[in-house]
Design a protein around this ligand. Sequence first.
Ligand code: PLP
Length: 360
Amino acid sequence: MRPLSVSIDTQSLKNNLNIVKKFSPNSKIMAVLKANAYGHGLIECARNLNAIDGIAVLNLSEAIDLREHGFEHKILLLEGFFDKSEIGIASRMGIDSVVHCHEQIEMINQAKPKKPLNLHLKFNTGMNRLGFPVHDSANLINSLIQNPLIGEITLMTHFANADEAAGISDQMNQFHHIPNEINLERSLANSAAIIKYPESHYEWVRPGIMLYGASPFSATNASEFKLQPVMSLTSEIIAIQDINAGESVGYGSSFIAKKKTRVGVVACGYADGYPRQANSKSPILVNDKKTHLLGRVSMDMLYVDITDISDAKIGSSVELWGKNISVDEVAECSGTVGYELLCAISASKRVPMRYVDGKK
Ligand SMILES: *Cc1c(COP(=O)(O)O)cnc(C)c1O
């Protein structure tokens, strides 16, 4: 069997949940498990995060999957309904929904669910992606409170720059224009705001990336917050090539050796989710020693410099990211963020995944 695999460390997942609680001890936790729990496996992650108050996903099918596996948590659809036919099912299964536009409210009025739906009413406070305008909020909230088809209402918004220098103050100011005399619960903070802006925590927080042990900030490593990487992507060397100065490896001959170089060929490529744009600084661990990528990543293979790793041979262990090589560092070397790399592995559906409990 091809030696490439992913292991998911459930102990680290639990550790990271505790870190969320340290940053935000008084808020309920809506764990964001969209995109198959950022590639870590929806059901297994939900199972290991027992101390959460809610689970946020994207599609109704994911919410149904959770209910069918016996999860009785609050479940939230992060973009709400895409189709009227979803509303009856959500109501029957007690699934809550974001509502971000009048068309979705109209869908609810037409579907007439038997049980009132709990809504997260999403406001656009500056990200300009989803949400109602703030200026209209008083009328909107009043009409929804009087609507018998609607149950609990939570006020929600999402930050565009919680991880950037611009911060959240403009969006917080906008949010505070929403009248809330009746003390509706509020849900604002993503991972970056959980770590950096306690004033945004309120009744609910929505951690995603930090649960998986990657950093929401491009300049700060996750380990600085005591977050532990949950996913390890490991493989082996399957071939070795000794090349002389002037010789090249791989497509496009983009790496040309300046000196005698020992090249390890690793079973992992862009079809598995390793970024094709990765540059040659991209760190890789071989036999527990740190080295780096060479040349252009192929569909099923990539190249690693093992010139200085004297014990490297066919079958030597390779960590592409995990406990020693931070996914954030790899992401940096390919001009992206850890989020994208974590999601890509499970999206490829080619890499077998196993769950481990702290140990290897
Ligand atoms: C994905 C998402 C989150 C989680 O964001 P992280 O940066 O991963 O913590 C929170 N809220 C909404 C609406 C999201 O779409």
